[in-house]
Design a protein around this ligand. Structure first.
Ligand SMILES: [Zn+2]
Length: 117
């Protein structure tokens, strides 16, 4: 099984030197994700964002911005964080007092009740 092990090692290494993380639907979201990673101590950057000016000359899937991280050792954690960012439920909820709370607040501004569950 020595050959297989070597192959797996090389594949893993090739991935680690280019830790492309995730493709974002637009630069705004890509920047948001990169900033969120930086807050967590992960050095991240947005790539391809400057190609948007020539988007009409490129296949659409090559124009989308991507969030890359600098340190491959942080990739697993970065992916986990981005997963949470992508699937975080819409922060809009109705309080028991009838107030519709929007904008990311976890506490009702009318009565002070915390967002349920
Ligand atoms: Zn309330």
């Amino acid at each position: 099984m020595q050959i297989n092990r070597n192959f797996e090692f090389k594949a893993a290494y090739a991935w680690e030197i280019m830790p492309k993380l995730i493709q974002a639907p637009n630069v705004v979201i890509a920047t948001l994700w990169a900033d969120a990673l930086k807050v967590e101590g992960i050095v991240a950057s947005v790539q391809r964002q400057y190609l948007s000016g020539v988007a009409g000359e490129l296949p659409p899937d090559q124009c989308l911005p991507e969030v890359w991280i600098q340190d491959a050792a942080q990739e697993a954690r970065a992916r986990e964080l981005l997963h949470h960012l992508q699937y975080v439920p819409q922060r809009r909820w109705q309080c028991a007092c009838g107030e519709l709370v929007e904008g990311g607040f976890e506490q009702c501004w009318a009565c002070g009740t915390w967002m349920p569950g």
